[in-house]
Design a protein around this ligand. Structure first.
Ligand code: S3P
Length: 423
């Protein structure tokens, strides 16, 4: 797909449903008793992988556009899958589902695409094994495919070395089946959608600081859930409006959960003209309309507890930093290396190819902004966030930018290019 310079992006847009929340509706809806109805479900390939995996365990899940109905089987109603469970490209499906599979009275195998088979799973194997699970990386490399033999589980208190909602959620889901309480403490608070949705489904959960504690329960009550727009998808339009001359975009109905809104904090620190108008709450998740105008930006430092609040936005933030005056430093973000691609390496190499002044560090990037970008051929590495980030960069570069593997946006935002074109 090819991109050339644009000006004056204008109009309104509603981005698709939040990916993290959509996944969790399938997991908890499957374990609940009764029918959970979800509106605004993300129809991206990752969330469809979660649906397929639970269908393979006997759960009836119907989908009509972005409405999904999950006929829950109860905590003890899943059936042994007859084939390996295929999580596709989805780390969230793989890791969260492993927490549930660890406690089932059957053995299952979880696998996924080439990218998933390279992503680290030791981070969930260690705590789930401490709880009593029997999980084996079939190739012995601590990656998928994983063979998971369900076992009776014991509650643990786990001090996680990483701020990862996927690790935290895998443990909390396993904790639903443990004898006694299970808690997870993380170095910084990661997204808390699991905790909020546990509460909605009637699961006893207590959160204090960076510790979440769950108590086993017998019943989950089916819910009606409205999924807000994904701030991680909104981020591309926020940055597009900020850096494309003479632009003004309103993004409607965006989830602004405080564990996810780091992009807004960074934009404000850089001097962005950005208005956030809070709307009613969609159940426990806060929602807002966001209006963004072209702005003169300055560099900033992004580190520490802010990192988990914008981890998926760092590729597009790196693009943003190229258009700010001065230096932007991103540190404490080594997790970027183990996402769908090594995002420190891929962003640094490709932004450099476009003429930017970017240096990779062990835990982030240093970006000296203000150098004009020019077109280049960009390999997405089949990473949806890389493809979308370079579409926005390409629209603000001289000459032509070609993105190969551009179709990978179907993972989280199937209509991304159409929506961009419309603006
Ligand atoms: C997610 C958590 C994050 C994020 C991913 C979705 C989730 O991963 O990068 O896209 O839904 O829990 P980590 O928690 O492993 O950093």
């Amino acid at each position: 797909m090819k991109f050339t310079k644009r000006t004056a992006l204008r109009g309104e847009i509603t981005v698709p449903g939040d990916k993290s929340i959509s996944h969790r509706t399938i997991l908890l809806g499957s374990l609940a008793e009764g029918m959970t109805e979800v509106h605004g479900f993300l129809q991206g390939a990752d969330c469809l992988s979660s649906i397929a995996c639970f269908q393979a365990m006997g759960v009836t899940i119907e989908r009509e556009g972005d409405t999904v109905r999950i006929h829950g089987k109860g905590l003890h109603g899943l059936q042994a899958p007859t084939q390996p469970l295929d999580a596709g490209n989805s780390g969230t499906t793989t890791r969260l589902m492993a927490g549930i599979l660890a406690a089932q009275p059957f053995t299952s195998t979880v696998t996924g695409d080439a990218s998933i088979q390279k992503r680290p799973m030791k981070r969930i194997i260690i705590p789930l094994t401490q709880m009593g699970a029997n999980i084996v990386s079939i190739r012995g490399n601590d990656c998928a495919p994983l063979r998971i033999q369900g076992m009776p589980l014991t509650g643990i208190h786990y001090q996680s070395p990483v701020a990862s909602a996927q690790v935290k959620s895998a443990i909390l889901l396993a904790g639903l089946y443990a004898d006694g309480e299970t808690s997870v403490t993380e170095p910084y608070l990661s997204r808390n959608h699991t905790e909020l949705m546990f509460r909605a489904f009637g699961i006893p959960i207590h959160c204090e600081g960076t510790t979440a504690t769950v108590h086993p329960t017998e019943h989950l009550t089916a819910q009606q859930i409205i999924v807000p727009g994904d701030i991680s998808s909104a981020a591309y339009f926020i940055v597009a409006a900020l850096i494309t001359p003479n632009s003004c975009i309103t993004i409607r109905n965006v989830g602004i959960n405080p564990t996810r809104d780091g992009i807004l904090e960074v934009c404000r620190a850089m001097g962005a003209d950005l208005t956030v108008e809070p709307l009613r709450r969609e159940q426990s998740e806060p929602v807002a309309d966001i209006t963004v105008r072209t702005s003169a930006l300055k560099g900033t430092v992004i580190e520490g507890s802010l990192i988990p609040k914008l981890i998926d936005e760092l590729p597009i933030i790196a693009v943003l930093a190229c258009f700010a005056s001065g230096t932007t430093i991103i540190r404490d973000a080594q997790e970027l290396k183990v996402k769908e691609s090594n995002r420190i390496d891929v962003m640094t190499r490709h932004l450099t190819a476009m003429g930017a002044d970017v240096e990779a560090t062990d835990d982030g990037m240093i970006i000296h902004g203000g150098k004009p970008l020019h077109g280049a051929v960009i390999d997405s590495h089949l990473d949806h966030r890389i493809a979308m980030s370079f579409a926005i960069a390409g629209m603000n570069a001289d000459g032509e930018t070609e993105i190969t593997g551009a179709e990978c946006v179907t993972i989280s935002y199937p209509d991304f290019y159409q929506d961009l074109k419309r603006l």
